[in-house]
Ligand binder design. Sequence first.
Ligand SMILES: CC(C)(COP(=O)(O)OP(=O)(O)OC[C@H]1O[C@@H](n2cnc3c(N)ncnc32)[C@H](O)[C@@H]1OP(=O)(O)O)[C@@H](O)C(=O)NCCC(=O)NCCS
Length: 331
Amino acid sequence: MIRTQILGTGSSVPDRVVTNDELSLVMDTSDEWIRTRTGIQERRWVREGETGVGLAQKAAERALQMAQLTAKDLDAIVYATCTPDHFIPGNGVYLQREMGIPGIPALDIRMACSGFIYALSLADAWIKTGSFKRVLVVGAEIQSTGMDVSTEGRNTAVIFADGAGAVILAASDNAERGLLSFDLHSDGTHAELLWVDTPGSMYHPRIDKAQIDQKRHYVSMDGKEVFRHAVTRMPESVKTALGRASLAVKDISLLLPHQANLRISEMVQRNLELRDDQVYNNIQKYGNTTAATIPLMLDETVRAGRVKSGDVVVMTAFGAGFTWGSCVARW
Ligand SMILES: CC(C)(COP(=O)(O)OP(=O)(O)OC[C@H]1O[C@@H](n2cnc3c(N)ncnc32)[C@H](O)[C@@H]1OP(=O)(O)O)[C@@H](O)C(=O)NCCC(=O)NCCS
């Protein structure tokens, strides 16, 4: 039986730290409000000239180094992002160009905060069916350039941030270890509860000054509704994915919940009755980096030695769409 193993992890964030106090200078908010409502203490935002592909490349190189492979060893790239550098083409091909590996397929997945879980599941299917042997999976976002940095945009501007994470996946015949199961869902009923309206191909032209004046090119979110769905869907999905791997909540060594809001993670933890040492959060330092939160956490925990051989690692996400899902892996 072919099983997909994670051979290496890597991550990269911009070096510009944006504190809550810095945001308080440009909008009506406070360090106290942001910390108590979201858990976020600071986040990373790019400087002009830094790009999503640039961050993704650094993350990919670090993952390749851990896997003791080079870019030429890769058979495919799956790049999860909903904030590509350009409308067309996707970021996968730009990353491929920067890495100097023309010819292999380079695919974008735009499933917002669930993007990395969806990307993993697709790469896993490619590997299991024998289509490709070694796949680079990236989750990377630049959210800061799409934020309304004024009081009107404060419910999103304080949350979203920039970053990148990557993993190298490879086929193995060790059935005990690797990606064991997935659970994936979407529900477009709620599409407009967390979205960016424009530019869009339904408009003639795709974006105009009136839309910009109405701030329809910024992320817009009904935070309460997102919160309500996220705290229910993530635990449900974790249990379903564990069941598919013939495991239970008690078997979890480490849960990596998408970093939307620390209060959401804490409610998911309580719902699943997990101890503090079974759940990892880093939203305090990085904010919500959408498709990058899970590979960022994975890289930090692997490099810190928090993930040991045989551990059951569960990744779960919820986000725009709505989309949600989980992946169970044995290290
Ligand atoms: C956005 C979120 C932090 C808002 O927290 P909340 O407790 O629901 O707060 P509300 O939206 O009810 O707003 C309460 C008040 O705080 C204000 N507020 C919103 N953002 C603020 C900010 N950054 N600073 C200060 N006040 C703020 C609101 O305007 C509102 O004021 P009002 O009562 O005068 O109208 C919260 O809903 C959340 O995190 N939701 C999930 C978001 C998420 O996870 N998104 C990513 C999904 S992948």
